[in-house]
Design a protein around this ligand. Structure first.
Ligand code: DGL
Length: 268
């Protein structure tokens, strides 16, 4: 497969959450074309088995590779946690994922080497963050917490709601008792809760948003490999979803911070 700089970047997630990564990419790399895949018919992945998630991840990877992309970004922490190897094995183009990015962010941020990680049940049970962070710095102690209620609360739009605040206190209190100074938002939906989470953890704890680190990593990789898109016009963005584009457009617009167009339904 011949890969050229004018090909788009493929980004995928289980649903709308990965648009937080797309948003960071659009801000940092406005000339790049993006193909986004959101598996809105089968979301949430965070409560499914490793086998099921790997099967879905393989299908999405093949779909984007058939459309010719120069780089794949796994914007879903759950897929990155359990299907990363399967995706790498299939892909002739480089693959970046949000767990590598979140790990880099955590290593750069922590001063006292006590890091909290929050994510879906599958991500936390996989221990993927524990392994990658400790590989990067064996002195860092990691305290993890699954926060399964956050995804539905974000989808509901309860970003600054009393119920979300009480839920966050319940989930985060044990991590705070371990004296963490950094908290990795290990799920695509959580950056939407950043203001509320920051309030709950206080200003001594830094939130690590892997979307921002991801955009930095993509920029470096494209520059180093001579694969940055040379065009000077704005990038084109297309969104492929597996169900109900109306809902995708409403919720997705909120994630992206701007209205969504070019939404296509994929019938598998
Ligand atoms: N995209 C998933 C993640 O980042 C959250 C939503 C889901 O459970 O599918 O872990």
């Amino acid at each position: 497969m011949s890969v050229s700089p004018d090909l788009p970047i493929g980004v995928f997630d289980s649903g709308v959450g990965g648009l937080t990564v797309v948003r960071a990419l659009m801000e940092r790399l406005p000339n790049e074309d993006i193909l986004y895949f959101g598996d809105t018919a089968r979301v949430p992945y965070g409560v499914k088995s490793v086998e099921t998630i790997s099967h879905y991840a393989t299908q999405i990877t093949e779909f984007l590779l058939e459309r010719k992309v120069k780089l794949l970004i796994v914007a879903c922490n759950t897929m990155a946690a359990v299907a990363s190897q399967a995706i790498h094995d299939l892909s002739p183009v480089p693959v970046l994922d949000v767990i590598q990015a979140g790990t880099q962010g955590a290593v750069n941020t922590t001063l006292n080497k006590r890091v909290g990680v929050i994510g879906t049940l599958t991500t936390i049970n996989s221990q993927a963050y524990v392994h990658t962070i400790q590989q990067a710095d064996a002195d860092i102690r990691i305290h993890s917490q699954a926060c399964p209620l956050f995804v539905p609360l974000v989808e509901e739009g309860w970003l600054d709601h009393q119920v979300t605040r009480i839920t966050a206190i319940e989930y985060l209190q044990p991590l705070l008792q371990h004296g963490i100074d950094s908290l990795v938002l290990g799920c695509t939906h959580y950056p939407l809760l950043s203001p509320l989470l920051q309030e709950v953890v206080g200003d001594k704890v830094q939130l690590v948003d892997s979307a921002i680190t991801m955009a930095e990593q993509v920029e470096s990789l494209l520059d180093e490999t001579g694969m940055a898109n040379p065009k000077t016009t704005a990038g084109e963005h297309h969104y492929f979803v597996t169900d109900v584009p109306q809902r995708f457009q409403a919720v997705g617009g909120r994630f992206l911070g701007r209205p969504l167009s070019n939404v296509h339904v994929v019938n598998w």
